[in-house]
Design a protein. Structure first.
Length: 298
């Protein structure tokens, strides 16, 4: 039986694995290698790793982990997880079954893009979700914010920090209050409420937003508000309590309401969603597991 199985090998799961391995626990990490940032070429904002390709980050992380003989990594999806009296039973897609005393869920989130023709062609190359991640590269450029979300006012203010040339497209929705509209106008941010018919461009490079009324807005880059959903149903099927915004509720050491189940990284939706934060949360969850195992065993 393993001391801990980690499900998900993004930055949170990989850092959890590092701390658990160094904590001398017998652990296994499962990852089906479909991270949230797979669409991007560069990841920013992690000191010593600024601008790294996400796949290279992962390769380096796995190389760091290779030196710990008490850790096994499998490139495989976990399809089910059951809590028994003494342990958790883990089922993989190749019908293998494993047992573990603790489980860390580091399965991440998925971005659901607004249903606009062509939008997938540009997400991660010229349309991004987070100005903290990609604002620097787009600074002072004419930008678009595509959003149907009422929280867009704050996002528009944030993007304005990187570029003063901003147009917000709400795709047919009326999402701003009168006061917000006035403030946007005061800062020369145009709001277009017309329905978008498609996005145009080549090889991942956006060139224009075309509207149903045939108007065309020329923009080479920008941001889009996505709907974030859990990448895996495992937490919910185990009975983990979800927060109002669909994150998994955890304490400061990643403990969920299910004893022995920990969560870290984007899945909690409680902290800013960035690689460095996810890695830090992985550390905290691993420390939670080690603390709890030590208390049980001592
Ligand atoms: C377009 C875009 C650009 C971004 N740019 C940046 C940036 O520049 N800087 C930055 O700091 N952050 C950036 N982010 C955010 C960053 O990607 C996330 O915050 C980070 O990846 C979260 O790490 P995580 O470990 O929680 O989840 P993830 O990185 O999503 O990893 C989860 C892993 O779990 C695996 N998994 C899921 N379910 C299962 C299962 N059942 N069995 C086995 N494996 C499973 C997945 O395949 C995946 O490999 C960006 C995000 C997007 C969408």
């Amino acid at each position: 039986m393993f001391d801990c199985v980690i499900i998900g090998g993004g930055p949170s799961g990989l850092n959890a694995a590092l701390i658990l391995a160094r904590g001398r626990k017998n652990i296994m990490l499962f990852d089906d290698d479909n991270p949230r940032n797979a669409v991007t070429h560069e990841s920013h904002g992690f000191i010593t790793r600024d601008g790294v390709k996400p796949s290279e980050f992962k390769r380096q992380a796995k190389a760091d982990l290779m030196k710990y003989p008490n850790l096994t990594m499998y490139n495989e999806r976990v399809v089910d997880l059951k809590k028994e009296t003494q342990c958790f039973v883990i089922y993989t897609e190749s019908n293998k079954i494993y047992e573990s005393r603790k489980v860390i869920l580091a399965t991440g989130l998925k971005d659901v893009l607004p249903p606009i023709d062509g939008i997938h062609n540009f997400y991660g190359t010229s349309l991004f979700s987070c100005p903290f991640c990609d604002g620097w590269e787009l600074k002072d450029q004419p930008l678009v914010l595509i959003t149907e979300n009422p929280s867009a006012f704050h996002k528009a203010k944030l993007i304005f920090n990187w570029s003063r040339d901003l147009v917000v497209c709400t795709n047919g929705k009326e999402i701003f209050s009168k006061e917000q509209q006035e403030l946007l106008l005061k800062n020369k941010i145009e709001v277009i409420e017309e329905t978008i018919s498609c996005l145009e461009g080549l090889a991942g490079n956006l060139s224009a937003i075309r509207f149903k009324n045939q108007r065309q807005l020329k923009r080479k880059a920008g941001f889009v508000t996505t709907n974030l959903v859990q990448a895996s149903p495992l937490a919910e099927s185990l009975g983990c309590v979800l927060t109002k915004n669909g994150g998994i509720e955890t304490d400061n050491f990643g403990r969920t309401n299910i004893e022995g189940v920990y969560g870290c990284g984007d899945i909690s939706k409680s902290a800013p969603m960035q690689v460095i934060v996810a890695a830090g949360e992985g550390t905290k969850a691993a420390m939670g597991v080690i603390n709890d195992l030590v208390n049980e065993e001592f």
